[in-house]
Write a protein that binds this ligand. Structure first.
Ligand SMILES: *[C@@H]1O[C@H](CO)[C@@H](O)[C@H](O)[C@H]1NC(C)=O
Length: 196
């Protein structure tokens, strides 16, 4: 809250709780549960309840605390008419994952460390959607019913076919977002008087 307050950004701060059955246990690997379903859906619900199709303009992007972004990414996003896609750095054990672009400038497939044959084999950080689509396809949301690792792919399936994807970042040759992870630091001692 403090960070947002001091950011001078225009924001709406939403909070949504992950239901107990979807909480990761201590030793669970990170892929074991769907993550962010409740939170992303809360954001979608807010947009649909508060913004008006053809009046409000914008692009919807699901950011996360384990990504690092170049500001260039946001300049790219502004061009999106339906769904834009681009490479993501340091993901799935690779230096980058990226859509493959054919000679006509369309997405023909994906270079991905995991299930590249998914209909939309992109990471959550690798796409953004024009607000018009979010507002006109009201039933599109994330779900616990989706197969593990298919949230992105199934969600995008509500909006476009592969043919309609718009490759950004110089035909998907540039990396403007990276998975850099945030980890719980090891704190050995405590200096009194500081809340971090
Ligand atoms: C992307 O590739 C297509 C097809 O080769 C080309 O027509 C287009 O100019 C390229 N766009 C950019 C931004 O490089």
């Amino acid at each position: 809250m403090n960070l947002l307050n001091e950011s001078h950004l225009i924001y709406t701060h939403l909070a949504a709780k992950t239901p107990p059955f979807e909480k990761l246990k201590d030793k669970d690997p990170r892929w074991k549960k769907h993550r962010g379903v409740e939170q992303r859906n809360a954001g979608l619900k807010w947009l649909r309840e508060n913004l008006i199709l053809n009046k409000n303009k914008g692009v919807v992007y699901f950011m996360d605390d384990d990504n690092t972004y170049s500001v260039k990414l946001f300049d790219e996003m502004r061009k999106i008419k339906k769904v834009g896609v681009w490479p993501v750095g340091l993901v799935g054990g690779f230096n980058a994952e990226a859509p493959e672009i054919d000679t006509t400038g369309k997405v023909s497939g994906y270079k991905s460390g995991w299930k590249p044959d998914r209909p939309f084999a992109t990471d959550m950080a690798g796409f953004a959607i024009n607000l018009d689509l979010i507002l006109s396809k009201q039933d599109a949301q994330f779900s616990y019913k989706m197969a593990k690792g298919f949230q992105e792919s199934e969600f995008l399936g509500y909006f476009v076919t592969k043919d309609e994807l718009e490759p950004m970042a110089d035909n998907c040759t540039k990396v403007y977002v990276w998975h850099t992870r945030t980890e719980t630091p090891v704190i050995k001692g405590e200096l009194p008087g500081f809340e971090v």
